[in-house]
Ligand binder design. Structure first.
Ligand code: HEM
Length: 527
């Protein structure tokens, strides 16, 4: 292209952008008149046109494990609600509970994720509960929901089997080691970048995840992974990371090469299709009369979905998205709980005493919630270290946020279609106005006497229609694993001398792991 057409194209782009900005400003003024809306405090950009400075600052904070600190700093500077530019469009950042209520619950239909996610993630995981809104989202939600029924998630047998492998592998001579990679391997898809020692049995851990998703452990029973699983872990991670990067880069992702990413997506599809085809075959073999959630081979997420559809693409997309939702989520929670117990010996001893008081009988689904001190530790961990520390939505139509406008932040704020709403659960969960002067302290006793915080101030599993379907599964598995570790070890000692830092990708985990040393209890299996 020669210089003149290029300049004309640029001029057209600038003119269109200026017109868009004028139109938005006009709509904002009109709404202010009609609904008493006012603008929130403005972020002081160095780049007042596209706001690329905030994008670069965020990127820098992520690489330095300072993402959560950076967000906290912005809210400390600008207050609970402020507006900023997101690649030239308007974004509203807010941790005001009334705004969170409006976006995630009361006016949830006005807000969505599809414009943010579908185009950027589609080659990896297509349309599903993570990438769509409205009736497409509802279809996915209804397909998935039955799999999280109590009858599907209350058998701890497979978890115990895998936990025993973990207990056999970890050092038990009181030496310092990082427990986090072991936990990540236990309950989720392991990341191929973890240390080789933690990956020796990667496919064993994949077993536990695939057991819930596909109904088939791949690798551990046969000892050798089937050929379709080869290279899958790397492909899954590359595909998943590619989605995150494309979303983070916004319109700039058009400059990103796609070849390797698309190849990784293809590998993941081939892997998932093997299980999808099996589920469809099995579904066709049994009559609906024989279908029962109590039968082990019919209890899986994929088989449950195959009861309702035999569309291969739908089944594959939902399965890949379920794998994404379960990657590093429960594991991050367990690892943070152990870190907190290790750094608080008195609390740890108290929880251990309550666990041991239950005796030697196997722990079951109804008994675990009754270990109150453990539940308080888990809840307090989710408050201070939310697995998803940040979330966002985009307005699908012109709508109003109830708070954050004007000099005192109490006026409503107009959010025209296309406004990004971004919130930080980690900031919300540490707000001294909500949690008191010790908001930053780990104090599980704050949850005693069935304490319940004000609505929309505690959001570890989200809220409203898109709230996590696996909340019970995740908290029960965490309760089980922690209780078993406390049965097996009389002391969990923290060996971490550095202050906590969160490593944030989609989820947050401890940047320097979970450094502990363990003292085995007398007469236990790990001896
Ligand atoms: C401690 C572990 C977990 C935490 C803290 C967590 C948190 C969340 C949050 C915050 C959301 C809402 C997302 C949004 O509003 O945009 C969500 C949704 C969801 N999570 Fe989880 N999650 C966890 C584990 C899991 C696991 C293991 C699965 C298993 C597949 C899972 C499946 C889902 C599903 C299906 C949804 C979407 C529900 C819908 O849109 O209908 N989660 N989760």
């Amino acid at each position: 292209m020669t210089a003149t057409p290029l300049l004309s194209l640029l001029a057209c782009f600038v003119a269109a952008f200026a017109a868009y900005r004028l139109y938005t400003a006009y709509k904002l003024r009109l709404a202010a008149q009609q609904h008493g809306c006012q603008s929130p405090t403005r972020y002081k950009h160095k780049d007042p046109v596209f706001g690329l400075d905030i994008f670069l600052r965020t990127g820098d904070a992520i690489t330095k494990n300072q993402f959560l600190v950076e967000h906290q700093r912005r809210y400390d500077t600008y207050g609970h609600t402020f507006e900023a530019l997101n690649f030239g469009s308007r974004a509203i950042y807010s941790v005001h509970p009334e705004n969170i209520r409006a976006v995630f619950s009361k006016n949830a239909a006005d807000w969505g994720v599809q414009p943010l996610r579908l185009r950027n993630m589609s080659p990896f995981c297509g349309m599903g509960f993570i990438t769509t809104d409205g009736s497409d989202w509802k279809l996915s939600h209804d397909l998935l929901k039955p799999s999280f029924h109590k009858s599907n998630i209350s058998d701890f047998g497979p978890l115990e089997e895998h936990l025993r492998i973990l207990l056999e592998q970890i050092p038990k001579d009181g030496s310092k080691f990082d427990l986090q990679p072991y936990i990540l391997r236990l309950v989720c898809l392991p990341n191929p970048t973890y240390p080789p020692s933690a990956l020796t049995h990667a496919l064993e851990y994949l077993d536990l995840n695939t057991l819930f998703l596909f109904g088939e452990p791949i690798g551990i029973l046969s000892g050798t992974p089937p050929s379709h699983a080869e290279g899958f872990l790397d492909a899954f991670q590359a595909g998943f990371n590619g989605c995150g990067l494309r979303i983070a880069l916004g319109p700039l992702n058009l400059l990103m090469p796609k070849g390797a990413w698309l190849k990784a997506c293809d590998k993941v599809h081939k892997f998932a299709n093997v299980y999808v085809d099996r589920a469809i075959k099995y579904r066709n073999k049994i009559s609906s009369l024989e279908y029962s959630q109590d039968k082990t081979d019919q209890r899986t997420l994929l088989f449950n979905m195959a009861q309702k559809t035999d569309d291969r693409t739908i089944l594959r997309n939902q399965t890949v998205q379920a794998m994404m939702a379960s990657t590093e989520t429960t594991a991050s929670l367990i690892s943070h709980v152990i870190r907190n117990l290790a750094s608080n010996p008195t609390i740890c001893a108290h929880v251990r005493a309550e666990v041991l008081a239950l005796g030697d009988a196997p722990l079951d689904f109804d008994q675990l919630p009754r270990i109150k001190s453990l539940q308080h530790v888990i809840t307090e961990t989710l408050r201070l270290y939310p697995v998803f520390p940040q979330n966002n939505r985009i307005s699908l139509k012109d709508t109003i946020l109830p708070a954050g406008g004007g000099s005192d932040g109490t006026a409503p704020v107009f959010a025209p279609a296309g406004t990004l709403f971004d919130t930080s659960f980690s900031t919300l969960h540490r707000d001294p106005k909500i949690w008191g002067p010790d908001a930053n302290e780990f104090r599980p006793s704050r949850w005693e006497n069935d304490y319940s915080p004000p609505p929309f101030t505690f959001m570890p599993f989200g809220a409203g229609p898109r709230q996590c379907l696996a909340q019970q599964k995740a908290t029960m598995e965490t309760s089980y694993i922690i209780s078993r570790i406390l049965q097996e070890f009389s002391e969990i000692k923290s060996e971490d001398e550095k202050p906590y830092q969160a490593q944030v990708a989609l989820t947050a985990k401890s940047a320097h792991g979970c450094l502990v040393s363990l003292t085995p209890a007398a007469g236990k299996i790990v001896e």
